[in-house]
Design a protein around this ligand. Structure first.
Ligand SMILES: [Zn+2]
Length: 400
């Protein structure tokens, strides 16, 4: 049995006026996803345990069958694992976003206009030169997403994710609690480092948003997960553009290859990601393919783009994977899901239940069947935790 998990990040939403009061999932032309729903079983699942933030980290842990309530220490330690940044027991890792805050102090862009990796890394190199010291290291990442490792840093301060405070005054959402002043000071000092930086001068001249400062959040100590081999006797991998997902994969003992041109946005290399996933599936029994673009479009508040991102996921990921599985002819279990909702009206995540379909193949000739895959399955009411359903499915594999 091959196990395939296909995840469209942040696909869930609410009805949107600009889409004739349909949700993006309802408005999108997604024939392959609707075939999975028709030929499989679709349930509304809860991906975020009560009391935890509805982040992609917590929700994707659930989609890999881990109970975040037991395992989760923070988002940044997962991303550090993904980037293979070593952490000592005394280290605290922070997510270090490059953001654009307006002169009025409003969070204008959590991604500094989706700054390029090259530009982002140049800014982080300057940060390291000017603010880095023994026990305080800025590690370059991808685009606007970087990591700070702080030996003996404050793990328990309440820090807000910048993508959750779009268009709001940052002054009201600064780190609060345990050693807040030290964290705030680093964010403040970064403004000076970035103010006249050549990268920003060039971006402004090109009419792009500058990275005005860093925003620190998602901190925690190193995290541990029991491996897929020991839990389910499964080998395999996770295909994703984002360090967060690669980190969970590595902590779970799964492969997490770098795919050239995988950007986490609409311009991602869909074909490359599918090829990398199928390459793993040829020699192993588990693959998890994660597409970030619907979530990013949700954060942009753009319903049309989000609908298009979902259609791209259907046509360029779901369809070719489905065709490959049918063609190879052996038994497979396909799980189609989204990690959480990113309503365009909110430009942020919510913890409400989301649809998930599980289809057992091969299905042969029945590929024209269609059924709804949206937020109104079971009248929108949750039918259990996603991690429990996934564990149940994967447990069957360890009994082989
Ligand atoms: Zn998101």
């Amino acid at each position: 049995m091959k196990y395939v998990v296909l995840v469209g990040d942040g696909m869930g939403d609410y009805p949107v006026e600009a889409l004739n009061n349909k949700t993006p999932l309802q408005a999108a032309n997604i024939p392959t996803i609707r075939t999975f729903a028709a030929l499989g079983e679709t349930r509304m699942v809860q991906t975020v345990p009560a009391g935890l933030p509805p982040g992609s980290d917590v929700a994707n842990l659930a989609l890999l069958g881990y109970d975040a309530a037991k395992n989760y220490t923070g988002r940044a330690p997962i991303e550090a694992a993904g980037a293979e940044i070593p952490m000592k027991p005394s280290d605290v890792a922070f997510r270090c976003n490059l953001v654009t805050v307006s002169e009025e102090g409003i969070m204008d862009d959590y991604s500094a206009g989706h700054i390029t990796t090259e530009e982002g890394q140049a800014l982080v190199a300057s940060l390291q030169n000017e603010l880095g010291r023994e026990g305080l290291t800025f590690h370059p990442g991808v685009q606007y997403r970087h990591i700070l490792v702080w030996d003996g840093g404050p793990a328990d301060c309440a820090c807000n994710p910048p993508h959750e405070i779009a268009d709001r005054p940052t002054g009201e959402y600064l780190p609060a609690g345990d050693r807040q002043d030290e964290i705030r000071e680093l964010m403040e000092l970064s403004k000076k480092v970035f103010a006249d930086h050549p990268v920003n001068q060039k971006r402004i001249a090109e009419g792009k948003k500058p990275a005005t400062q860093i925003w620190l959040w998602g901190q925690g100590k190193a995290m541990q997960l029991e491996s897929y081999k020991s839990l389910y006797n499964l080998g395999g991998g996770v295909i994703s553009a984002v360090d967060l997902l690669k980190g969970i994969a590595k902590l779970a003992g799964l492969e997490a290859p770098d795919v050239e041109g995988a950007t986490g946005f609409l311009d991602t290399n869909y074909q490359g990601k599918v090829d990398a996933g199928l390459e793993i599936l040829e020699r192993e029994d588990f693959v998890f393919i994660h597409i970030e673009a619907p979530d990013e479009c949700g954060h942009m508040g753009d319903a049309q783009k989000k609908t298009f991102a979902i259609e791209e996921f259907d046509a360029r990921v779901c369809a070719p994977v489905f065709q490959w599985l049918e063609k190879q002819g052996g038994p497979y279990t396909l799980m189609l899901c989204t990690d959480h909702r990113t309503p365009v009206a909110l430009k942020g995540h919510t913890a409400e239940p989301v649809p998930m379909s599980v289809m057992i193949g091969p299905v042969g000739e029945k590929q024209e069947a269609q059924a709804a895959f949206d937020e109104f399955v079971n009248d929108g009411n949750a039918q259990g935790m996603a991690c429990d359903w996934i564990q149940q499915i994967l447990n069957a594999s360890s009994e082989r």
